[in-house]
Design a protein around this ligand. Structure first.
Ligand code: BGC
Length: 951
């Protein structure tokens, strides 16, 4: 290995070290509420000292609710991410002060950080509240609930513990509590309903007070299912549960809880509400004082007391859904049919807020769509999700309205019956999403790649809405396990999603338990349709997602929590396997949406479903074995490693020839074998890599993978040195490819590679969501592979900096906010010189492999290296009509020239070359043009000869 050339970076100005980002639990939105009695603790130390590492940390807790004496624990070593709670467990309602101080290996102490942490209600026995429902209504009729109470004096502390089967918004004395959207979110309601805690101390006053809640069925009363056969997933009416606890200066407590004494109304303004249908609000029925002591009495009746079992209550442990951004219209146009259509310029998820003046009783209608077809809203692909909101004006001046309990996936909104001319400033798109922090940024010399990356960020935002969904617009929006399984790495690169996904994994484990160990393909389970089958790549979310979170966030605690679920899924898979350890049975979705599959049969891709299933069986066994090793379960580690080995041997013997070909050939097949570690032998790997590159070329460098292969194919090519093919595949703009949608204006990731056909029409088949993140999984590789910033040890405690220079690009850079702090890696190519830069956070080290193969190892700080790289030599010999088609495919200029010439001389023949060129190994241009017009042949021959002569 040559020694790398190291250019020292300019040292940053010295800043005194300080502990920062101290938090209890996984949430990062600053909420003080603990998620359990023993939340994990994380912090980092900000310092500019080069090569800084933590030698020790002192954790101190002060518990004013007990004796108040501080208690300290000293930890030696570098641990600072997801550290187990080292003190006696918190009690319900207990508020503590936590302090963490660290010392570096240089002996210098860092300034401590402090944070207050408060336990919510941790035990079912803490609840005196009984859930209530609206009086005399259908299960999904929305409405309002309230109670009046008398407060003796200003409390020193007031907490509202609140949740619903359905969704709620609470008001105290007319003031909205908190900023959560669609709380408490969708979980496996049969087993787990999340409770929100709010500090409402400032909202109460001595004397008369009122607590009111809007309530709608939302996910709880929605109907799920395909082909118009939708049914409820849960039984019973929407219900609301709240417990308001006031503490006075002398320590007395007053508790106001839902139950008898509350009243409800369905005669108010919220006329109807549905996640899929949309919402109707009639402001003529609205009493603005309804949640204050002076609210009108008419139309209210005693609420119905229902009985939500407190055993299902669990503290909210993830960032809630919030309004995270507003987007203004970029255009307001009139459609061919004369409708007013607002274009927000971005496909997004949320709803529209309007500001309107007009006559009392006048109704404005908002219809939503992701794309236009022939200038009109394209709504076929929404299926039974009507996505229509209606607002009836009170007629008393300027009115502002936004629906409460619904959301839509849209870029376009048709506004019907707007009173007067629509001013674009009167409509605003409000983006709603689980409020996870953005962590990953990517830039490169390719604006198309940069836009692809941002499209994936938008699709993550749009589909991380309380749970990880497949799509946000049609009548699904479900927690399809396979979609998240393939996307988990990308998600963990783009946003801090450990709390969000840890919460979903808790539901996965609960649904799995109800289902005898089988992970359903949708979590939470929602359909009457059979979604409980044992399906490879979908159910494997149980093993892959916790492992990914461990890799990216260092979350060992979560790994331990999920281990029973991981192992029980692997056991279910094993029960499907034959005596050799291959999984060849049952219903499979295979490499879903492989572009070569028939458009109406997305399961029937090139890769045999048994091959996908057996590869995933190996993957899960391998991950269970590794997890067992991390958790110190040596016996399990040995057992599952042995089982994985058995499957590997059977896989190689069955699907891989000794000279490196695979049965059921296609890029996904090779990617699975290479990336999952099914083929460890270096010679075999090299042969598989060569054949994979050949297949990618045979496909004309257009994408040939579905859900399963797409996240793997760039890794597979680059790990076997096939970077030239990788570069062409990544930068392809013809359909199907990652960049084709970008070139035709996509602003999110599409479900199908050609959801919009090259002729501008919407693909007439199903599966044409314009906001589906699975194919966007490649952005993980943009960070890890192209820019070269990957975790080498859990949580990026050790970082692998190994950029990949691709022909056609001159720069790429990844910036990540890792658990240890900001990290970056990237490269710039100038001639044949590559400058590589990296930022390594305090407390971490980086193993560096430069483009010329030289290596280095560095500690925290900023580093710069120079290295050499030369592009693959362009093929220059074009032997006229006897040019090997493979050479032509690899020579974009020559291929373009052939297409130009054919377009003039033999347009029919030219169409065969449209969208690139598929070829069979060994064939020539002459064979491809058999029976072509002789004049066309001559013109092609002349063009190629001319091109060769000019080179
Ligand atoms: C969903 C997918 C899902 C698939 C599996 C679709 O309807 O939108 O993303 O994984 O079904 O069958």
């Amino acid at each position: 290995m040559p020694e790398p050339a190291v250019t020292p970076a300019v040292p940053p100005a010295e800043v005194p070290p300080a502990v920062t980002d101290l938090r209890a639990g996984r949430r990062r939105d600053g909420a003080p509420w603990a998620d359990s009695a023993t939340p994990v603790l994380s912090w980092r130390t900000a310092t500019t000292a080069p090569g800084w590492d933590q030698a020790s940390a002192t954790l101190t807790v002060t518990r004013p609710d007990r004796d108040g004496a501080p208690e300290s624990v000293e930890l030696s070593g570098p641990d600072c991410v997801c550290v187990p709670w080292p003190f006696a467990p918190l009690r319900s309602r207990e508020r503590v002060l936590l302090e963490v101080a660290t010392t570096g290996t240089d002996g210098v102490p860092a300034a401590p950080a402090r944070v207050e942490v408060e336990a919510p209600l941790l035990d079912g026995a803490d609840w005196s509240a009984r859930s209530i429902s609206l009086p005399a209504a259908a299960d999904d009729t929305p409405g309002q609930l309230r109670t009046h109470l008398t407060v003796e004096e200003v409390p020193v502390r007031a907490r509202l513990y609140v949740t619903a089967l359905g969704s709620y918004e609470v008001e105290v004395n007319g003031v909205r509590v908190g900023d959560e959207v669609l709380a408490p979110g969708w979980t496996s309601y049969r087993d787990r309903v999340l409770v929100q805690t709010h500090d409402v101390t400032g909202l109460l006053r001595p004397g008369a007070n009122t607590v009111g809640a809007w309530l709608a069925g939302a996910w709880f009363t929605e109907r799920y299912g395909f082909f118009g056969r939708a049914t409820r997933a849960y039984e019973g009416p929407a219900a609301f549960l709240a417990q308001l606890e006031l503490t006075y200066a002398d320590g007395r407590r007053q508790v106001v809880a839902t139950g008898p004494g509350w009243e409800g109304s369905t005669a108010g303004p919220l006329r109807s509400s549905g996640i899929y249908a949309g919402e109707e609000f009639d402001a003529t029925r609205h009493d603005p004082a309804w949640s204050t002591p002076s609210g009108r009495a008419g139309g209210w009746a005693p609420a119905v007391v229902t009985d939500l079992d407190p055993a299902v209550l669990s503290p909210a442990a993830a960032e809630p859904v919030r309004r995270v951004q507003e987007v203004a219209p970029v255009a307001v146009t009139s459609s061919p049919s004369g409708a007013t259509v607002v274009d927000f310029g971005q496909n997004l998820v949320g709803r529209v807020r309007i500001r309107v003046r007009g006559p009392r009783g006048h109704t404005v209608t908002l219809r939503h769509a992701e794309v236009l077809e022939d200038g009109e809203l394209a709504i076929r692909q929404l299926r039974y999700a009507w996505s229509v909101d209606r607002y009836t004006l009170a007629g008393d001046g300027e009115e502002t309205w936004e629906p409460r309990f619904t959301f839509h996936g849209f870029r376009y909104v048709q506004v019907d019956d707007w009173p007067g001319a629509l001013d674009p400033a009167d409509v605003t798109a409000v983006v709603c999403s689980s409020d996870t922090r953005r962590t990953g940024r990517f830039t490169s010399s390719s604006p198309l790649l940069d836009r692809l990356h941002e499209n994936v960020v938008w699709s993550t935002r749009g589909n991380f809405l309380s749970l990880p969904t497949d799509c946000p617009q049609r009548d699904e929006r479900l927690g399809w396990t396979g979609d998240l399984q393939v996307f988990a790495g990308a998600a963990a690169t783009l946003v801090d999603c450990d709390a969000f996904l840890a919460s979903w994994l808790a539901d996965l484990a609960l649904e799995q338990r109800r289902n005898g160990g089988v992970v359903p393909i949708i979590v939470p389970t929602a359909m009457a349709e059979d979604t409980d089958g044992v399906v490879a790549a979908w159910g494997d979310a149980a093993t892959v997602v916790p492992w990914t979170l461990y890799e990216r966030f260092g979350d060992r605690d979560l790994l331990a929590r999920q281990y029973p679920s991981m192992r029980s899924w692997a056991d279910v898979e094993l029960a499907q396997a034959d005596d050799d350890g291959l999984w060849t049975r049952g219903y499979q979705l295979g490499d879903w949406l492989d572009p070569r599959a028939p458009a109406d049969r997305p399961r029937e891709g090139r890769t045999h479903p048994s091959l996908v299933a057996s590869a995933y069986l190996f993957r899960s066994l391998d991950l269970v074995a590794r997890t067992a090793a991390v958790l110190g379960r040596d016996e399990d580690a040995r057992r599952y490693a042995g089982l994985a080995e058995r499957t590997r041997t059977a896989f190689l013997g069955t699907y891989v020839t000794p000279r490196g070909r695979m049965v059921s050939e296609g890029p996904t097949t090779y990617a699975l074998a290479l990336v999952f570690g099914l083929a460890p032998d270096p010679d075999l790997r090299a042969a598989l890599g060569r054949r994979l590159a050949e297949i990618v070329r045979e496909d004309g460098y257009r994408i040939g993978t579905g859900f399963v292969g797409t996240p793997l194919v760039m890794d597979a090519l680059c790990a076997t040195g096939q970077t030239s093919a990788a570069g062409r595949l990544l930068q392809q703009t013809e359909s199907p490819s990652w960049l084709y949608p970008v070139t035709v204006g996509a602003t999110t990731v599409w479900e199908r590679w050609d959801a919009l056909l090259p002729d501008g029409t919407v693909n007439p088949h199903e599966m044409t969501s314009f906001n589906h993140y699975a194919f966007g999984a490649v952005v993980d590789w943009l960070h890890r592979g192209l820019a070269g910033l990957a975790p080498a040890e859990p949580g990026y405690r050790r970082i692998a900096v190994a950029p990949t220079v691709l022909d056609g690009l001159t720069a790429a850079r990844s910036e990540l906010l890792t658990p240890y702090g900001p990290a970056a890696a990237g490269w710039v190519l100038d001639g044949d010189e590559v400058t590589v830069r990296a930022v390594v956070p305090p407390g971490t080290t980086a193993d560096v492999v430069l483009p010329d193969g030289s290596t280095d190892s560095v500690g925290s700080g900023e580093h710069v290296w120079t290295s050499r790289w030369s592009p693959p030599r362009p093929r220059t010999v074009l032997a006229g009509l006897d040019t090997d088609l493979a050479h032509l495919v690899d020579d974009p200029a020559a291929l373009a020239r052939v297409r130009e010439v054919l377009a003039v001389h033999d347009p029919g023949r030219a169409r065969a070359f449209d969208g690139g060129l598929r070829y069979e190994a060994g064939s020539t241009l002459r064979t491809a043009l058999l029976f072509a017009d002789p004049a066309a042949l001559a013109a092609v021959e002349e063009a190629l000869t001319g091109l060769t002569a000019r080179r």
